[in-house]
Design a protein around this ligand. Structure first.
Ligand SMILES: *Cc1c(COP(=O)(O)O)cnc(C)c1O
Length: 370
């Protein structure tokens, strides 16, 4: 039997437009932050429907910068989800604030009821994550934030262009996006912060550039959080393609949902009414009712050379380095704890072919039936 071609979980294609744009920056001799970063900011603000986007060096820095610009520190608590990439947690710790974890719903995003039970007089911000490209329930979370006068910081690292009704994520609160190599919009390393608040945008630009508006006139103790024109040149041509890529990913997700329907104990990902998922990941749950456990399914996928991911195998605070951490309070999150043992992500990227989709479906079905 022939060895099948591998199907990777992510696929990055850098096209002629990106190459030409990078070449122009190289030829200009000005590689640091300049007009191409400004162009990326303009286009991304327009996509998100906000007046300001501020580019920074990566998505983790976007979160740290948002929290610092909002003035959060050691006296403040931030409520987030325990079911995310560890950058969400590390950014809050770096800001100096304290962190608490709300449970999630079975759509993988933060549960507003659980958030309500944690809000107290020290709470200053809510930090939901639009995990896998699915917006969290921002209507309910915005309502809680309004009622208790809390900041809303969105970890939208995986969700460029995702929507609720006709609003784009990153427009509900302060939006923090990543341009890391595997994200839906990417330039290797990079980040973007979106906001409708003029003063906050100004503060972010100041903090990004060593606290300087005018050279050597320091107005605040700042940082070097700048993105380079060389990186922005890779991202700019992709902004116009985001919608088409999202549609291709959605079509792939629909094909996988249809192909995997009806398998016992396998839950395919649903999309709550009104939300526009951008399918950064397509994530199934292999529940205790399934005839095969997740690790055995993973082995079958490996044998068939189909890429997969366990995002995330443990709650993000459930590691020795965070136990007893003075900034962390751990409340029980039973739904998230169960879901970490069940999730498995399959390829959904825009470069999949129909025959690759068939192979993915066939391999999973065989693993469940065989
Ligand atoms: C990728 C990611 C980040 C961090 O972005 P970087 O650009 O890698 O620093 C933060 N949160 C989530 C949910 C992510 O997936």
């Amino acid at each position: 039997m022939n060895t099948p071609q591998p199907i990777p979980i992510t696929s990055v294609v850098i096209g002629a437009e990106e190459k030409a744009a990078v070449q122009r920056v190289l030829d200009s001799g000005m590689l640091a932050q300049g007009p191409v970063v400004a162009e990326l900011e303009r286009q991304f603000a327009e996509l998100t429907g906000v007046p300001h986007a501020v580019a920074v060096s990566n998505g983790t820095v976007a979160l740290v910068a948002a929290l610092e610009a909002l003035g959060l520190g050691p006296d403040d608590e931030v409520i987030t989800t325990p079911f995310s990439f560890v950058a969400t947690l590390n950014a809050i710790l770096e800001s100096g604030a304290k962190v608490r974890f709300a449970d999630i719903r079975d759509d993988f995003t933060m549960d507003p009821d659980s958030v309500r039970s944690l809000v107290n007089e020290r709470t200053r911000a809510l930090l939901p994550v639009h995990l896998y490209g699915l917006p969290a329930d921002m209507d309910a979370l915005s309502e809680i934030a309004r009622a208790h006068d809390l900041h809303l910081v969105e970890d939208a690292a995986q969700a460029h262009g995702a929507t609720i009704a006709d609003r784009v994520v990153g427009s509900f609160g302060v939006g923090c996006f990543s341009l890391y190599a595997t994200k839906n919009l990417q330039c290797g390393e990079g980040g973007l912060i979106t906001t409708s608040d003029d003063l906050l945008a100004d503060r972010l630009r100041l903090l990004r550039n060593q606290g300087m508006r005018v050279r050597y006139q320091y107005e605040a103790a700042g940082h070097n959080w700048r993105l380079t024109d060389l990186q922005a040149a890779i991202a700019v041509p992709q902004v116009a393609r985001l919608a088409d890529n999202g549609a291709a990913r959605a079509a792939n997700a629909a094909a996988l949902n249809e192909g995997l329907a009806g398998l016992p104990g396998l839950i395919t990902p649903g999309v709550p009414a009104g939300r526009g998922h951008v399918w950064h990941q397509y994530t199934i749950r292999v529940t205790p009712e399934a005839p095969i456990d997740r690790e055995d399914l993973a082995k079958k996928l490996e044998q068939a050379r189909i890429g997969y991911g366990l995002y995330y195998p443990r709650l993000m605070h459930d590691y020795d380095c965070y136990r007893g951490h003075p900034q962390i309070t751990v409340d029980p999150t039973p739904v998230a704890a169960q879901i970490t043992t069940e999730v498995l992500s399959l390829p959904v990227h825009q470069n999949l072919t129909p025959s690759q989709l068939d192979r993915i479906v066939g391999t999973v079905r065989e693993a469940f039936n065989g």
